[in-house]
Design a protein around this ligand. Structure first.
Ligand SMILES: [Zn+2]
Length: 436
């Protein structure tokens, strides 16, 4: 029997009880790492794990992708015989990082999604169309599949298939829930609309990989578009291959709840100091109850904030706000901090723009960075000036806009061998960054 048994009560327990149970799991996790992970055996040597375990955690150095790359192989904490699945995540040298999972890790993965999917309202009676890949050494698709299966819902694994194929599936199998990247779901509903298909049966969109909410936790323009045009409720879920713990909206849809028995969340500033709730910083996660490749204080490189106010759903767990950008993609333009994701979100809300990417040059010595926005349009509208104006209103930065033919933009964003379109090109670095 799985050691991960569903317990609704934990989320609804008092803050004190949640911290106590989370602390017990954290203690076990740190002891497991010290005992079984070659890297952490060395790192934790001399660190006393007794006393307030959350204070102990703060003393442990952070782990990031660079550390994973440099100490490749030292993070695997189990024997080869116990490994059941291997996936890739992007590394810091261009070579992908492999991440291993045991049978228990895969059970944990299913439990994690079961918990979050139930909280946002997925039911046994749902038919869930997955528009993300289950293969290509990618963990997320498998996670969603296992989560829906654990609930008892029917999954439809159409993956990264064509618009025509999704249209056919939607007409024939009438899914009630779609899981996918929001900008893709936007294009899909536009395509369905052009084919006179109204997907009335779709009641819920579970969005991955891109934010659908703003800093105020309200839907952003893309989120609004999806809710209006699909006629379905929009939810968001966030995780990474390294931490495999989801932060997913509950039915109140105002930030992703932390699963206290599966992770500890920190939001840190540039100097690795914890920032107060509501303030923006880097998302650092210690995933708990992991066997294959356990991590402590993993820097995700994603930028967001903690939400500490009580949630109207009644859960007392912490929440994570939307991911507003990647730390390594941060630009300073005329003194204003800007993440490419902020520009993407703004562009998704401007009618007539079909595709886009940003080219940037990061300048040293305190000078302003430089970025250009390249867009493709339907019917040559809106005009360049009005795009510049709308972007400035939404991002607080005036950026030059270049209008290009749709084929040129598509060729650029799909030019790199990536699982997702690449929309940010930094000319100051030799390698392009994969967008969230
Ligand atoms: Zn809630």
């Amino acid at each position: 029997m799985s050691k991960f048994l569903y317990s609704r009560d934990l989320d609804f327990s008092s803050r004190g009880d949640i911290a106590r149970i989370q602390g017990d799991f954290l203690k076990k996790h740190l002891s497991f790492c010290k005992m079984n992970s070659p890297y952490y055996k060395n790192l934790l040597n001399g660190i006393d794990l007794s006393g307030d375990i959350f204070e102990v955690l703060k003393k442990i150095p952070l782990t990031d992708k660079d550390v994973l790359t440099r100490h490749k192989g030292e993070f695997v904490a189990v024997a080869q015989d116990d490994i059941q699945d291997i996936v890739f995540s992007s590394g810091t040298t261009g070579e992908p990082l492999s991440i291993v999972y045991t049978a228990t890790d895969l059970e944990r993965l299913a439990y994690n999604e079961l918990r979050t999917f139930l909280a946002c309202g997925m039911r046994k009676s749902d038919r869930v169309l997955l528009t993300c890949t289950l293969d290509r050494c990618f963990i997320a698709g498998l996670a969603y599949f296992e989560g829906a299966r654990a609930i008892g819902a029917a999954t439809i694994r159409n993956g990264l298939n064509s618009m025509e194929s999704h249209l056919e599936i939607i007409r024939r199998l009438k899914p009630t829930v779609l899981v996918g990247v929001p900008s893709f779901l936007k294009r899909l509903i536009e395509y369905l609309d052009s084919e006179n298909t109204i997907p009335e049966h779709v009641r819920m969109l579970l969005c991955i990989g891109e934010p659908v909410r703003g800093l105020d936790l309200e839907l952003n323009p893309l989120g609004h578009f999806l809710e209006k045009h699909w006629g379905a409720k929009v939810y968001s879920t966030y995780a990474s291959s390294e931490t495999i713990t989801s932060f997913c909206d509950c039915e109140s849809a105002c930030g992703g709840h932390l699963l206290p028995e599966l992770a500890v969340l920190e939001i840190l500033d540039e100097n690795a100091r914890e920032v107060p709730c509501g303030e923006i910083g880097e998302v650092v996660v210690t995933p708990l109850q992991i066997e294959g490749m356990p991590l402590i204080r993993f820097r995700t490189g994603d930028i967001s904030f903690k939400v500490d106010e009580p949630c109207s759903c009644g859960r007392n767990s912490l929440r994570l706000g939307p991911i507003i950008g990647r730390k390594q993609q941060m630009m300073k333009i005329n003194g204003t901090t800007l993440y490419p994701q902020t520009v993407f979100t703004a562009l998704e809300g401007i009618e007539g723009i079909t595709d886009y990417y940003i080219t940037a040059k990061r300048l040293e010595y305190g000078l302003s960075d430089y970025a250009e926005v390249h867009v493709a349009l339907t019917n040559d509208l809106p005009d360049k000036e009005s795009i510049v104006r709308k972007l400035a209103a939404l991002t607080r930065v005036k950026l030059p806009v270049i209008i290009e033919p749709a084929e040129k933009v598509r060729a650029k964003i799909f030019s790199i061998n990536s699982r997702k379109p690449v929309r940010f090109f930094d000319d100051t670095q030799s390698q392009q960054s994969e967008v969230l």
